[in-house]
Write a new protein. Structure first.
Ligand code: F6P
Length: 385
Protein backbone atom coordinates (compact mmCIF):
# COMPACT_ATOMS: atom_id res chain seq x y z
CA UNK A 1 0.00 0.00 0.00
CA UNK A 2 1.24 3.51 -0.84
CA UNK A 3 2.61 5.36 2.16
CA UNK A 4 1.48 8.81 3.32
CA UNK A 5 4.39 11.08 4.15
CA UNK A 6 4.14 14.40 5.99
CA UNK A 7 7.06 16.83 5.84
CA UNK A 8 7.98 20.13 7.49
CA UNK A 9 10.94 22.49 7.77
CA UNK A 10 11.66 23.99 11.21
CA UNK A 11 14.14 26.31 12.93
CA UNK A 12 16.16 28.94 11.06
CA UNK A 13 16.03 28.53 7.29
CA UNK A 14 19.10 27.23 5.53
CA UNK A 15 20.23 26.97 1.91
CA UNK A 16 19.48 23.47 0.58
CA UNK A 17 16.10 22.96 2.28
CA UNK A 18 14.26 23.01 -1.06
CA UNK A 19 16.82 20.68 -2.61
CA UNK A 20 16.19 18.24 0.26
CA UNK A 21 12.39 18.53 -0.13
CA UNK A 22 12.79 17.86 -3.85
CA UNK A 23 15.14 14.87 -3.32
CA UNK A 24 12.82 13.36 -0.75
CA UNK A 25 9.59 14.10 -2.61
CA UNK A 26 10.68 13.12 -6.11
CA UNK A 27 12.10 9.77 -5.02
CA UNK A 28 9.20 9.06 -2.63
CA UNK A 29 6.68 9.66 -5.41
CA UNK A 30 8.67 8.44 -8.43
CA UNK A 31 10.35 5.35 -6.97
CA UNK A 32 7.89 4.25 -4.33
CA UNK A 33 4.51 5.74 -5.31
CA UNK A 34 4.10 7.54 -1.96
CA UNK A 35 1.92 10.60 -1.33
CA UNK A 36 3.71 13.60 0.15
CA UNK A 37 2.04 16.40 2.03
CA UNK A 38 3.87 19.47 3.34
CA UNK A 39 3.04 21.45 6.50
CA UNK A 40 3.64 25.18 6.51
CA UNK A 41 5.92 27.01 8.95
CA UNK A 42 7.25 24.09 10.94
CA UNK A 43 5.45 22.62 13.92
CA UNK A 44 3.02 25.55 14.02
CA UNK A 45 1.57 24.61 10.61
CA UNK A 46 1.36 21.00 11.72
CA UNK A 47 -0.57 22.07 14.80
CA UNK A 48 -2.87 24.29 12.70
CA UNK A 49 -3.20 21.71 9.91
CA UNK A 50 -1.97 24.11 7.24
CA UNK A 51 -0.96 21.90 4.36
CA UNK A 52 0.39 22.04 0.84
CA UNK A 53 0.34 19.07 -1.52
CA UNK A 54 3.88 18.25 -2.60
CA UNK A 55 3.30 16.63 -5.99
CA UNK A 56 5.62 16.53 -9.01
CA UNK A 57 4.62 20.04 -10.05
CA UNK A 58 5.20 21.56 -6.61
CA UNK A 59 8.63 19.91 -6.39
CA UNK A 60 9.73 21.06 -9.81
CA UNK A 61 12.04 24.06 -10.27
CA UNK A 62 12.98 24.42 -6.59
CA UNK A 63 16.45 22.82 -6.54
CA UNK A 64 18.30 26.13 -6.78
CA UNK A 65 15.94 28.21 -4.63
CA UNK A 66 17.07 29.57 -1.27
CA UNK A 67 14.84 29.50 1.82
CA UNK A 68 12.07 26.92 2.07
CA UNK A 69 8.91 26.72 -0.03
CA UNK A 70 7.09 25.48 3.10
CA UNK A 71 8.12 28.39 5.33
CA UNK A 72 9.57 27.77 8.77
CA UNK A 73 9.31 28.82 12.42
CA UNK A 74 11.09 28.19 15.69
CA UNK A 75 7.90 26.94 17.39
CA UNK A 76 8.12 23.93 19.69
CA UNK A 77 5.24 21.40 19.94
CA UNK A 78 5.30 21.41 23.75
CA UNK A 79 5.76 25.17 24.30
CA UNK A 80 4.02 27.17 21.60
CA UNK A 81 2.84 30.76 21.85
CA UNK A 82 -0.93 30.66 21.21
CA UNK A 83 -3.30 33.56 21.97
CA UNK A 84 -0.75 35.29 24.18
CA UNK A 85 0.00 32.14 26.18
CA UNK A 86 2.64 29.45 25.91
CA UNK A 87 0.93 26.08 25.66
CA UNK A 88 1.72 22.44 25.08
CA UNK A 89 0.19 21.74 21.66
CA UNK A 90 1.46 18.18 21.30
CA UNK A 91 -2.04 16.67 21.32
CA UNK A 92 -3.21 18.82 18.43
CA UNK A 93 -0.11 17.86 16.45
CA UNK A 94 -0.77 14.17 17.08
CA UNK A 95 -4.36 14.75 15.97
CA UNK A 96 -3.24 16.32 12.65
CA UNK A 97 -0.89 13.39 12.08
CA UNK A 98 -3.72 10.91 12.64
CA UNK A 99 -6.24 12.91 10.61
CA UNK A 100 -4.02 12.63 7.53
CA UNK A 101 -3.35 8.93 8.21
CA UNK A 102 0.35 9.65 7.97
CA UNK A 103 2.78 6.76 8.03
CA UNK A 104 5.65 9.06 8.91
CA UNK A 105 6.52 12.71 9.59
CA UNK A 106 9.79 14.03 8.16
CA UNK A 107 11.32 17.01 10.01
CA UNK A 108 14.10 19.02 8.38
CA UNK A 109 15.98 21.09 10.94
CA UNK A 110 18.85 21.72 13.32
CA UNK A 111 19.46 20.68 16.94
CA UNK A 112 16.15 22.05 18.26
CA UNK A 113 14.19 20.28 15.54
CA UNK A 114 15.87 16.95 16.35
CA UNK A 115 14.70 17.40 19.93
CA UNK A 116 11.15 18.34 18.93
CA UNK A 117 10.92 15.41 16.53
CA UNK A 118 12.13 13.06 19.25
CA UNK A 119 9.45 14.44 21.55
CA UNK A 120 6.84 13.48 18.92
CA UNK A 121 8.42 10.06 18.45
CA UNK A 122 7.93 9.48 22.16
CA UNK A 123 4.21 10.23 21.65
CA UNK A 124 4.08 7.30 19.23
CA UNK A 125 4.55 9.10 15.89
CA UNK A 126 6.87 7.69 13.24
CA UNK A 127 9.45 10.37 12.53
CA UNK A 128 12.63 10.77 10.50
CA UNK A 129 14.81 13.90 10.56
CA UNK A 130 17.32 15.50 8.21
CA UNK A 131 20.15 17.67 9.61
CA UNK A 132 20.25 21.26 8.33
CA UNK A 133 21.88 24.40 9.70
CA UNK A 134 24.50 26.85 8.55
CA UNK A 135 26.15 26.36 11.98
CA UNK A 136 27.15 22.73 11.24
CA UNK A 137 26.59 21.90 14.90
CA UNK A 138 24.19 18.93 14.74
CA UNK A 139 25.66 15.91 16.53
CA UNK A 140 26.27 12.51 14.91
CA UNK A 141 26.46 13.71 11.31
CA UNK A 142 29.61 14.58 9.36
CA UNK A 143 28.01 17.80 8.21
CA UNK A 144 24.71 19.64 7.72
CA UNK A 145 23.29 21.20 4.58
CA UNK A 146 23.45 24.98 4.51
CA UNK A 147 26.92 25.08 6.02
CA UNK A 148 28.84 24.96 2.74
CA UNK A 149 26.83 27.82 1.23
CA UNK A 150 27.23 30.01 4.30
CA UNK A 151 30.94 29.17 4.40
CA UNK A 152 31.28 30.42 0.83
CA UNK A 153 29.41 33.66 1.59
CA UNK A 154 31.42 34.40 4.76
CA UNK A 155 34.71 33.57 3.01
CA UNK A 156 33.93 35.91 0.14
CA UNK A 157 33.07 38.66 2.62
CA UNK A 158 36.42 38.25 4.38
CA UNK A 159 38.19 38.24 1.00
CA UNK A 160 36.53 41.51 0.08
CA UNK A 161 37.28 43.16 3.42
CA UNK A 162 41.01 42.65 2.86
CA UNK A 163 41.48 45.33 0.20
CA UNK A 164 39.55 48.03 2.04
CA UNK A 165 41.21 47.22 5.39
CA UNK A 166 44.60 47.32 3.64
CA UNK A 167 43.90 50.63 1.91
CA UNK A 168 42.94 52.40 5.15
CA UNK A 169 45.31 50.55 7.53
CA UNK A 170 42.34 49.50 9.64
CA UNK A 171 41.25 46.64 11.83
CA UNK A 172 38.02 45.18 10.43
CA UNK A 173 36.06 42.94 12.76
CA UNK A 174 33.77 40.66 10.76
CA UNK A 175 31.01 38.97 12.78
CA UNK A 176 29.97 35.56 11.49
CA UNK A 177 26.93 33.55 12.68
CA UNK A 178 27.28 30.78 15.28
CA UNK A 179 26.25 31.22 18.91
CA UNK A 180 27.60 28.06 20.47
CA UNK A 181 29.74 26.57 17.69
CA UNK A 182 32.52 28.21 15.74
CA UNK A 183 32.62 26.08 12.58
CA UNK A 184 31.54 28.91 10.31
CA UNK A 185 33.87 31.58 11.72
CA UNK A 186 36.77 29.12 11.81
CA UNK A 187 36.18 27.74 8.31
CA UNK A 188 35.66 31.16 6.71
CA UNK A 189 38.50 32.64 8.73
CA UNK A 190 40.96 29.99 7.56
CA UNK A 191 39.72 30.02 3.97
CA UNK A 192 39.62 33.83 3.84
CA UNK A 193 42.97 34.31 5.58
CA UNK A 194 41.69 36.20 8.64
CA UNK A 195 44.51 37.31 10.96
CA UNK A 196 42.50 36.62 14.11
CA UNK A 197 39.72 34.03 14.52
CA UNK A 198 37.58 34.01 17.66
CA UNK A 199 35.14 31.18 18.33
CA UNK A 200 32.88 30.25 21.27
CA UNK A 201 34.96 27.14 22.03
CA UNK A 202 38.10 29.19 22.79
CA UNK A 203 37.45 32.06 25.22
CA UNK A 204 39.67 34.95 24.18
CA UNK A 205 41.90 37.44 25.95
CA UNK A 206 41.40 40.79 24.22
CA UNK A 207 44.90 41.92 25.27
CA UNK A 208 46.45 38.96 23.45
CA UNK A 209 44.43 39.76 20.34
CA UNK A 210 45.57 43.40 20.53
CA UNK A 211 49.19 42.30 20.96
CA UNK A 212 48.99 40.12 17.84
CA UNK A 213 47.52 43.00 15.83
CA UNK A 214 50.15 45.42 17.14
CA UNK A 215 52.94 42.97 16.20
CA UNK A 216 51.55 42.84 12.66
CA UNK A 217 51.33 46.61 12.41
CA UNK A 218 54.95 47.02 13.57
CA UNK A 219 55.94 44.95 10.55
CA UNK A 220 54.57 46.03 7.20
CA UNK A 221 51.03 44.69 7.86
CA UNK A 222 49.18 47.77 9.01
CA UNK A 223 45.75 46.18 8.71
CA UNK A 224 44.12 43.16 10.35
CA UNK A 225 40.98 41.15 9.73
CA UNK A 226 39.28 39.63 12.79
CA UNK A 227 36.71 36.89 12.08
CA UNK A 228 34.56 36.56 15.18
CA UNK A 229 31.71 34.14 15.78
CA UNK A 230 28.65 35.89 17.22
CA UNK A 231 28.91 33.65 20.29
CA UNK A 232 32.63 34.15 20.93
CA UNK A 233 33.26 35.15 24.56
CA UNK A 234 36.08 36.79 26.43
CA UNK A 235 37.54 34.71 29.27
CA UNK A 236 35.57 36.69 31.81
CA UNK A 237 32.30 36.35 29.88
CA UNK A 238 32.92 32.62 29.48
CA UNK A 239 33.35 32.23 33.25
CA UNK A 240 30.10 34.15 33.84
CA UNK A 241 28.31 32.04 31.22
CA UNK A 242 29.50 28.81 32.85
CA UNK A 243 28.18 30.00 36.19
CA UNK A 244 24.82 31.02 34.69
CA UNK A 245 24.53 27.65 32.88
CA UNK A 246 25.26 25.77 36.09
CA UNK A 247 22.66 27.78 37.98
CA UNK A 248 20.10 27.20 35.23
CA UNK A 249 20.81 23.47 35.30
CA UNK A 250 20.47 23.32 39.08
CA UNK A 251 17.21 25.29 38.86
CA UNK A 252 15.89 22.89 36.22
CA UNK A 253 16.76 19.91 38.40
CA UNK A 254 15.07 21.52 41.40
CA UNK A 255 11.93 22.08 39.34
CA UNK A 256 12.00 18.54 37.98
CA UNK A 257 12.19 17.25 41.54
CA UNK A 258 9.17 19.29 42.59
CA UNK A 259 7.38 18.07 39.48
CA UNK A 260 4.58 19.68 37.51
CA UNK A 261 5.91 23.19 38.10
CA UNK A 262 7.09 23.73 34.57
CA UNK A 263 3.72 22.76 33.16
CA UNK A 264 2.07 25.22 35.51
CA UNK A 265 4.30 28.05 34.25
CA UNK A 266 3.32 27.30 30.65
CA UNK A 267 -0.36 27.28 31.53
CA UNK A 268 0.08 30.56 33.41
CA UNK A 269 0.95 31.96 30.02
CA UNK A 270 4.22 33.57 31.00
CA UNK A 271 6.64 33.92 28.10
CA UNK A 272 9.13 31.03 27.77
CA UNK A 273 12.63 31.71 29.10
CA UNK A 274 15.34 31.33 26.49
CA UNK A 275 16.99 27.99 27.05
CA UNK A 276 20.72 27.37 26.98
CA UNK A 277 20.12 25.62 23.68
CA UNK A 278 18.33 28.49 21.99
CA UNK A 279 19.98 29.59 18.72
CA UNK A 280 19.15 33.25 19.22
CA UNK A 281 20.01 33.59 22.87
CA UNK A 282 22.15 36.70 22.54
CA UNK A 283 21.65 39.51 20.05
CA UNK A 284 24.33 39.96 17.43
CA UNK A 285 26.60 42.95 17.76
CA UNK A 286 29.22 41.71 20.23
CA UNK A 287 31.70 42.65 17.50
CA UNK A 288 31.02 46.35 18.12
CA UNK A 289 32.38 46.19 21.66
CA UNK A 290 35.33 44.11 20.56
CA UNK A 291 36.23 46.60 17.82
CA UNK A 292 36.11 49.48 20.31
CA UNK A 293 38.39 47.60 22.72
CA UNK A 294 40.87 46.77 19.96
CA UNK A 295 40.92 50.36 18.74
CA UNK A 296 41.71 51.56 22.24
CA UNK A 297 44.38 48.94 22.89
CA UNK A 298 46.15 49.20 19.51
CA UNK A 299 45.59 52.81 18.53
CA UNK A 300 44.47 51.59 15.10
CA UNK A 301 41.19 52.69 13.59
CA UNK A 302 38.61 49.91 13.51
CA UNK A 303 35.43 49.10 11.61
CA UNK A 304 32.79 46.39 11.98
CA UNK A 305 30.94 44.25 9.43
CA UNK A 306 28.12 42.03 10.70
CA UNK A 307 27.23 39.46 8.06
CA UNK A 308 24.05 38.29 9.81
CA UNK A 309 21.29 36.72 7.76
CA UNK A 310 23.12 37.32 4.47
CA UNK A 311 24.80 34.02 5.32
CA UNK A 312 21.47 32.18 5.24
CA UNK A 313 20.06 33.69 2.06
CA UNK A 314 20.15 32.90 -1.62
CA UNK A 315 21.14 30.07 -3.90
CA UNK A 316 22.58 26.94 -2.26
CA UNK A 317 26.09 25.89 -3.31
CA UNK A 318 26.61 22.80 -5.48
CA UNK A 319 27.89 20.88 -2.44
CA UNK A 320 24.77 21.74 -0.41
CA UNK A 321 22.41 20.80 -3.25
CA UNK A 322 24.23 17.53 -3.62
CA UNK A 323 24.23 16.76 0.11
CA UNK A 324 20.56 17.72 0.50
CA UNK A 325 19.58 15.55 -2.47
CA UNK A 326 21.62 12.63 -1.08
CA UNK A 327 19.97 12.90 2.36
CA UNK A 328 16.49 13.41 0.89
CA UNK A 329 16.64 10.38 -1.38
CA UNK A 330 18.15 8.21 1.40
CA UNK A 331 15.25 9.33 3.59
CA UNK A 332 12.71 8.09 1.02
CA UNK A 333 14.41 4.72 1.03
CA UNK A 334 14.23 4.54 4.84
CA UNK A 335 10.50 5.33 4.70
CA UNK A 336 10.04 2.51 2.20
CA UNK A 337 11.86 0.16 4.59
CA UNK A 338 9.81 1.43 7.56
CA UNK A 339 12.99 2.49 9.36
CA UNK A 340 11.75 5.24 11.69
CA UNK A 341 12.94 7.17 14.77
CA UNK A 342 16.21 8.14 13.10
CA UNK A 343 18.12 11.09 11.68
CA UNK A 344 19.57 10.57 8.22
CA UNK A 345 23.21 11.49 8.86
CA UNK A 346 25.84 12.35 6.25
CA UNK A 347 28.62 9.78 6.54
CA UNK A 348 31.56 10.02 4.13
CA UNK A 349 30.18 9.80 0.61
CA UNK A 350 27.06 8.05 1.86
CA UNK A 351 24.41 8.35 4.56
CA UNK A 352 23.62 6.53 7.79
CA UNK A 353 20.45 6.34 9.92
CA UNK A 354 21.26 7.33 13.52
CA UNK A 355 18.70 6.72 16.31
CA UNK A 356 17.27 10.07 17.46
CA UNK A 357 18.07 9.40 21.10
CA UNK A 358 21.77 9.43 20.14
CA UNK A 359 21.39 12.86 18.50
CA UNK A 360 19.25 14.93 20.87
CA UNK A 361 20.70 16.98 23.70
CA UNK A 362 24.14 17.06 22.06
CA UNK A 363 25.90 19.74 20.07
CA UNK A 364 28.84 19.26 17.73
CA UNK A 365 31.34 21.95 18.66
CA UNK A 366 34.91 22.43 17.43
CA UNK A 367 37.22 20.10 19.41
CA UNK A 368 40.38 21.75 20.68
CA UNK A 369 42.60 19.44 18.63
CA UNK A 370 40.62 19.81 15.40
CA UNK A 371 42.79 19.94 12.24
CA UNK A 372 41.21 23.25 11.16
CA UNK A 373 42.52 24.83 14.38
CA UNK A 374 45.93 23.28 13.84
CA UNK A 375 46.05 24.68 10.31
CA UNK A 376 45.01 28.12 11.54
CA UNK A 377 47.75 28.16 14.18
CA UNK A 378 50.29 26.78 11.69
CA UNK A 379 49.84 29.77 9.38
CA UNK A 380 50.18 32.19 12.28
CA UNK A 381 46.51 33.02 12.90
CA UNK A 382 45.78 34.35 16.37
CA UNK A 383 42.97 32.47 18.12
CA UNK A 384 42.69 34.80 21.08
CA UNK A 385 44.32 32.42 23.57
O1 F6P B 1 20.83 28.36 13.91
C1 F6P B 1 21.14 29.01 12.75
C2 F6P B 1 21.32 30.48 12.97
O2 F6P B 1 21.49 31.05 11.71
C3 F6P B 1 22.45 30.89 13.91
O3 F6P B 1 23.71 30.87 13.32
C4 F6P B 1 22.03 32.25 14.33
O4 F6P B 1 22.62 32.61 15.53
C5 F6P B 1 20.56 32.09 14.45
O5 F6P B 1 20.19 31.06 13.56
C6 F6P B 1 19.77 33.34 14.12
O6 F6P B 1 18.44 33.09 14.37
P1 F6P B 1 17.19 33.93 13.86
O7 F6P B 1 16.76 33.37 12.56
O8 F6P B 1 16.17 33.69 14.89
O9 F6P B 1 17.61 35.35 13.72
Amino acid sequence: MAKYVGVLTAGGDSPGLNAALRGLGKSAIGLYGMQVIGFREGFRGLMQNRTVMLDEAALSGILTKGGTILGTSRDKPNAMAVGGKVLDMTNMIVETYRRHHLDVLICLGGGGTQKNAYHLAKQGLNVITLPKTIDNDVAMTDTTFGFDTALGIATEAIDRLHSTAHSHHRIIVCEVMGHRAGWLALGAGVAGGADVILIPEIPYDVKKVAEAITRRSRGDKRFSIVAVAEGALSRQEAAERRKADEERKAEKERKAEKGGKKEKRKKDGKPPKRSAESDSERPTGHALTLAEQLEELTGLESRVTILGHLQRGGTPSAADRFLATRLGTACAQLIQEGHYGVMVAARGDGTEPVPLEEVVGKRKTVPEDHPWLESARAVGTNLGD
